[in-house]
Design a protein around this ligand. Structure first.
Ligand code: PGA
Length: 251
């Protein structure tokens, strides 16, 4: 089954308005004059969402949030709901990024609740999973990722509304990328776990992105792997040339 590649930029806590909207406008103008064979998504920080949505309007680039609360509304100071993202014009949201699991003590159960809120609000959800270096060194990579698939995926997940991002924690922002073989091994294990959980059709259709120091040089090799269906890109998503080169690397 052919899965359309998704190239998603996770801007994390970077860019002020001028830089963020300029980056978005740069990507939008490349989209209008060139062509890519993949879906494109950018996930800027909350403060930039409106400006970026305006800058990419009509370009085919979708915009998403980097996190959402599990509740629709209420007494949750500092949080943003999935419904608020949807209301603004967002198409997607990332949940369960390892930086949130670490910095905000988010468990699989919390991530699952957020993912279910995203689906209820009508957003596509990108659920992040991945092992730490200690877990890899202990030979627990596949087990950890299988457990996170079971614990973090929302009820109601389909190939259309849910994307998984496999991001080995040791590769995020370190310049140390998983080799294409290492990544493919985990992606294949994730897909086989999905087969048991969601059935053959959903497992075959669901996109599994790789994230962790993906860049303009290594993207083509990673994206050519059978079970790697795109990238969740941090550092290299902040440079239009690099992000565009990655998008052009789609097989
Ligand atoms: P990186 O980040 O590309 O800078 O490693 C990826 C991510 O954390 O999503």
């Amino acid at each position: 089954m052919s899965r359309r590649i998704l190239i998603a930029g996770n801007w994390k806590m970077n860019c002020l308005q001028a830089d963020g909207t300029a980056l978005a406008a740069d990507l939008a103008s490349r989209m209008k004059s060139g062509s890519v064979k993949c879906d494109m998504l950018v996930c800027p920080p909350f403060t930039l969402l409106k400006g970026v949505l305006d800058a990419v309007a009509g370009s085919g680039i979708a915009v998403g949030g980097q996190d959402c609360h599990a509740a629709e509304k209420g007494a949750h100071t500092g949080d943003t709901s999935a419904w608020m993202l949807k209301d603004l014009g967002c198409a997607a949201v990332i949940v369960g990024h390892s930086e949130r699991r670490t910095n905000h003590a988010e468990t699989d159960a919390v991530v699952k609740a957020k993912a279910e809120a995203a689906l209820a609000a009508g957003l596509m959800v990108i659920v992040c999973i991945g092992e730490t270096l200690d877990e890899r060194d202990a030979g627990k990579t596949l087990e950890v990722n299988r457990t996170q698939v079971q614990g973090s995926l929302p009820d109601g997940a389909t190939a259309e509304n849910t994307v998984i991002a496999y991001e080995p924690v040791w590769a995020i922002g370190t310049g140390r990328t998983a080799t294409p073989d290492q990544a493919q091994e985990v992606h294949a294990a994730i897909r086989s776990e999905l087969r048991g959980k969601l059935g053959e059709a959903a497992a075959n259709g669901m996109r599994i992105l790789y994230g962790g120091s993906m860049n303009a040089k290594n993207a083509a090799d990673l994206l050519s792997q059978a079970d790697i269906d795109g990238g969740l890109i941090g550092g290299a998503a902040l440079k239009a040339d690099d992000f565009w080169t990655i998008a052009q690397s789609c097989p």
